[in-house]
Design a protein around this ligand. Structure first.
Ligand SMILES: *Cc1c(COP(=O)(O)O)cnc(C)c1O
Length: 227
């Protein structure tokens, strides 16, 4: 199977899956292009890819430079001292998970007089080795975010545990969906348009449970050798 045909069949499959989503929303596909080279990305574009996800700042910068027309998302752990390289170049920072990062993004955005769109990353299963705001702290973190006028929260993101335990995964996705609904209902000033969850292993479950943005890498590009 080629990258192009993988991409085409994934787009078709998502069209079918979204019909069974409890949210009834359309699903946006982010092609996770980390570790992939320009030729691979161009092939994905020929198969219909429009938006890309990267998790390393240096790699993201290089790719944006050669592909200025594409939309890139920062989906990986973001160090505060590297915000300056990407804050005004990405469509969305999906990994906002702490106050010092929030402060830095806001400060940079102010100097450029722009609004930077972000998702709050949620550590849904309380995994210690992972980034993300603890489930119980999402609301208070969100309230802090509202004080920073050059950062606009657009929704929530999570990376589910690496397991094939379907029950556990479904439960994580259900809690994320519920959290998003609760926030939508209690903060009228907050946009909660995006619920970014689901990767190659679990995007089908995630869509059923209400995801409207999936981040898929290896299913499109083949197995990664590293990261
Ligand atoms: C790598 C990565 C993905 C995609 O993973 P695949 O298993 O290759 O689909 C999605 N989200 C994040 C945050 C990632 O780092």
């Amino acid at each position: 199977m080629s990258i192009k045909s993988n991409m085409e069949s994934l787009i078709e499959e998502i069209k079918i899956l979204e019909k069974n989503s409890i949210s009834g929303e359309k699903v946006n596909l982010i092609a996770v292009s980390k570790t992939r080279n320009l030729d691979e990305i161009l092939e994905a574009i020929s198969g219909g890819a429009i938006e890309f996800g990267e998790n390393k700042v240096q790699e993201l910068r290089e790719k944006i430079e050669v592909l200025p027309e594409q939309n890139f998302h920062m989906i990986g752990n973001l160090q505060t001292n590297k915000v300056k390289y990407i804050y005004d170049k990405v469509r969305l920072i999906q990994s906002l998970d702490r106050v010092n990062l929030l402060e830095e993004i806001d400060k940079r955005a102010k100097t450029s007089d722009i609004i930077v769109n972000c998702l709050i990353e949620v550590n849904i299963a309380g995994e210690t080795q992972k980034g993300g705001v603890a489930y119980d702290e999402v609301r208070s973190f969100l309230e802090t975010c509202l004080d920073y006028k050059n950062v606009s929260i657009q929704g929530l993101m999570t990376v589910a545990p690496d397991t094939d335990d379907e029950e556990l995964l479904r439960n994580c996705f259900k809690r994320m969906f519920k959290l998003r609904e609760e926030i939508k209902n209690s903060y009228s000033e907050v946009r909660m348009d995006i619920l970014s969850m689901g990767m190659s292993q679990d995007y089908r479950l995630a869509i059923e449970e209400g995801s409207n943005m999936v981040r898929v890498g290896s299913k499109i590009f083949g197995k990664r050798i590293w990261r």
